[in-house]
Design a protein around this ligand. Structure first.
Ligand code: GLC
Length: 566
């Protein structure tokens, strides 16, 4: 759908991507069909009935393209080829066909900020200063040399995966920029040839069956002009400093995105959702307002720094107040780069079901497109490996080595990376009670299965109507049936405390709905300002309603008026 230029009508105009609930698959860890220990495309196709029964509407696949996998596919060496570990084009077409048969859609992850250093474009670019593709990447001279003859990079920027963002290339005697790792050189978006070829990539995948794209670190494609030093906090003497957003939201980012929109998305039904860092409510609107025609959605990662319910509410509501009627929001509690949401926000030890289903209620009753991450529907929790040998994530492993180099013991270095390791979200899904590989593979998994996940296997939860899986399924079905949960406006019903209560307004014949969440492990009084359910709730995570108060992690969704009927 091409957004209307009248933002008020666009606000209420339905679109598939406003109503859809997305489910993110990290293909390597989802399901393996051929016993090599690595999840693959046929593995996903084999689980489509499971996904359909869960009730999601669309998949987001993390990258499946040819890649040396320094960063598990976020380092692409051929945008138009599938990685043989994941399958063939016949496998991809079979997945697409299986999705269509079930009325499900597919968005693909595209990494347009950087390629792999093994991409032929980069190999050509680094081959000589005179090569026509030299300018496809960001090359700079050393600003001088140390007494030992070592080249000095242009600034103090620290890469996301440790070390400098500048890698010296001895062959041609210049540095190239890599915001992530040296295996992920940044593309030069100033070069129109680069932009043209990337838009072609998107169009090619759309022609092959993609319904849209999740655009990796898309607000980093324009870099701060002149590469200024990152500001040094007082007293800090580190040689390298985090970029502090010098790599995000830099002009002419909006020009690039508008051009991409015109070239790829305008006049189509394709959905564009950006992974965007350094965002607040105002710039979320800058990127996503209907009339600006850049992105349809942008991830605003407040979940990384807002672990409590009241903080979650405050962040979402601020965003909503700025964007309401002018753009459409997304909501997510976790992804392949974060901790497991149940460990971060819930209480998996004493209130596993209640807290997991409260989080599901929050995710699925907001005026925003929800993104679930694989395993969330099973209530999976963070993992903790005893040895660095078991970790695979480039960021975790590099941080561990930085900690060792700083003089920490191996034990302390391991402890410093465990809690936030991206591998928390990347271990294989447990599909059944098989004591060996839990149905994920018949071979040796590429990363160990977490033993703590085994009892939460999918087959058991599907068979148990009181499982976390069924809470997600019930809420997903409710969101599909009661459209006020998608389009109705959002109003707080009480001053947010540990109890969060809000109302979703009526929408086109769908009645207003109230949501009450007791986001903590203590019982709470029912907030005086909030109406009580007059009839059986639409969703409840305790069996019988108790008007005397809210139990730990209690979540309720109910029609505001007793006469309302779905
Ligand atoms: C994004 C991806 C992450 C990847 C990084 C570099 O943040 O989500 O997994 O490592 O970009 O592409």
């Amino acid at each position: 759908m091409k957004p209307s230029s009248d933002s008020r009508s666009a606000a209420v105009s339905p679109a598939w991507w406003k109503e859809a609930a997305f489910y993110q698959i990290y293909p390597r860890s989802f399901a393996d069909s051929d016993g090599d220990g690595i999840g693959d495309i046929p593995g996903i196709t084999g689980k489509l009935d499971y996904l359909k029964s869960l009730g999601i509407d669309a998949l987001w696949l993390s990258p499946i393209y040819a890649s040396p996998k320094a960063d598990n596919g976020y380092d692409i060496s051929d945008y138009l080829a599938l990685d043989p570990e994941y399958g063939t084009f016949a496998d991809f077409d079979a997945l697409s066909a299986g999705l269509r048969q079930r009325g499900l859609r597919l968005i693909l992850d595209q990494v347009l900020n950087h390629t792999s250093d093994q991409h032929p474009w980069f190999i050509e670019s680094r081959s000589s200063r005179a090569h026509p593709k030299r300018d496809w990447y960001l090359w700079v001279d050393a600003i001088g040399f140390t007494a030992d003859g070592l080249p000095i990079p242009p600034n103090n920027w620290k890469a996301a995966f440790e070390g400098s963002t500048w890698t010296w290339d001895a062959l041609t005697g210049q540095f190239y920029l890599n915001l992530f790792s040296p295996q992920q050189p940044d593309l030069n978006w100033k070069n129109p040839e680069v932009r043209t070829v990337l838009y072609d990539v998107l169009r090619t995948w759309a022609a092959r069956g993609a319904d849209g794209f999740r655009l990796d670190v898309i607000n980093m494609i324009a870099k701060a002009e002149g590469y200024p030093d990152a500001p040094r906090p007082e007293g800090n003497t580190d040689a390298l400093l985090p970029l502090n957003c010098l790599s995000c939201n830099q002009p002419p980012i909006h020009d690039y995105l508008r051009e991409m929109y015109r070239e790829v998305f305008a006049g189509t039904d394709l959905y564009a959702v950006g992974e965007t860092w350094c965002m607040g409510p105002e710039n979320t609107l800058d990127f996503t307002s209907y009339e600006s025609e850049q992105l349809h959605g942008a991830f605003y990662f407040y979940f990384h720094w807002a672990p409590t319910g009241p903080e979650q509410w405050e962040n979402f509501y601020k965003l909503y107040q700025v964007c309401q009627g002018r753009s459409w929001l997304t909501v997510t509690l976790g992804n392949h780069d974060s901790r497991r949401s149940l460990s971060k926000f819930g209480e998996p030890v004493h209130h596993r079901y209640a807290s997991a289903s409260l989080l599901a209620t929050w995710l699925l009753t907001l005026p925003a497109t929800p993104f679930l991450f694989q395993g969330e529907e099973l209530g999976l929790t963070d993992i903790s490996f005893d040895s660095i040998e078991d970790y695979r994530d480039i960021q975790t492993v590099n941080r561990y080595h930085t900690a060792l180099a700083a003089g920490n013991t191996a034990e302390a270095a391991l402890a410093s990376v465990q809690e936030d390791s991206r591998d928390n979200a990347r271990t294989p899904l447990p599909w059944n009670d098989d004591a060996g590989r839990a149905g994920f593979t018949t071979g040796q998994p590429w990363i160990p299965l977490a033993d703590a996940h085994r009892p939460q296997h999918a087959a058991g939860q599907v068979a148990d109507s009181s499982s976390v899986f069924h809470a997600y399924a019930a809420l997903l079905a409710l969101r599909k049936r009661v459209k006020s949960l998608v389009y109705g406006d959002l109003t707080p019903l009480a001053e947010p405390s540990q109890v969060i209560a809000y109302r979703r307004g009526a929408w086109q014949g769908h009645p207003a709905v109230c949501v009450v969440l007791n986001w903590c492990s203590e019982s709470q009084a029912w907030p005086a300002a909030v109406p009580m359910p007059q009839a059986a709730p639409l969703f409840a995570n305790y069996t019988a309603f108790d008007s005397s108060g809210l139990r730990p992690w209690e979540a309720l969704v109910f029609y505001e008026s007793s006469g309302a009927d779905g």
